[in-house]
Design a binder for this molecule. Structure first.
Ligand code: FE
Ligand code: FE
Ligand code: FE
Ligand code: ZN
Length: 176
């Protein structure tokens, strides 16, 4: 890349991996808190009891993930104030438009699963990177806390896939 094409860094730009790590933690804590506000609406719009249950369960898990992040900020001696995550804002907005674009029932349930899985994949990518950064930085305690969350996100994604394949998508297809 030619020098002239390189984006000029802001004065507050991260210089080292540690700073980038903290910036990304601030992004994900914002994202988790935004998700906590958005998930109850998803649960209220779901019809299949198993899906409602899975979302409600993930709300509890997400609360634990926020506390885990707060613990990490404590270890680092940093404030746990989040910085707006544009990606999560976008994913949540897309999830809300899926609600408007589907009739309540199996079709909306399939849409909710799709929206939730996009969120889970964003989180899996984020925590995967954060675990790697923490290990590189020699922050082993933090790395294992983040790895716990990563495992929970993978589990949530798997549960959503299973509920989709077990009945919801088939019921949705029958609505045609
Ligand atoms: Fe999460
Ligand atoms: Fe983000
Ligand atoms: Fe999209
Ligand atoms: Zn999640």
């Amino acid at each position: 890349m030619k020098k002239s094409e390189m984006t000029k860094a802001k004065p507050s730009a991260a210089e080292g991996l540690k700073e980038l790590f903290v910036d990304e933690l601030k992004d994900i804590v914002y994202a988790e808190r935004a998700l906590l506000k958005a998930l109850p609406k998803m649960a209220k719009n779901a019809s299949e009891p198993k899906l409602v249950e899975a979302i409600e369960e993930h709300i509890k898990v997400t609360e634990g993930q926020v506390s885990r992040l707060e613990r990490i900020f404590e270890i680092l001696g940093e404030s746990s104030r989040g910085v707006k995550c544009e990606a999560m804002e976008g994913l949540i907005k897309e999830g809300e438009s899926i609600l408007e674009e589907t009739e309540a029932g199996p079709v909306r349930d399939a849409g909710i699963i799709s929206a939730c899985q996009k969120v889970e994949h964003y989180e899996i990518a984020s925590y995967g990177t954060l675990v790697a950064f923490a290990r590189t930085l020699g922050e082993d305690e933090i790395a294992s806390l983040l790895a716990e969350t990563l495992a929970e996100e993978k589990d949530a994604d798997k549960q959503l896939t299973e509920s989709a394949y077990n009945s919801i998508n088939f019921d949705a297809a029958e609505e045609d």
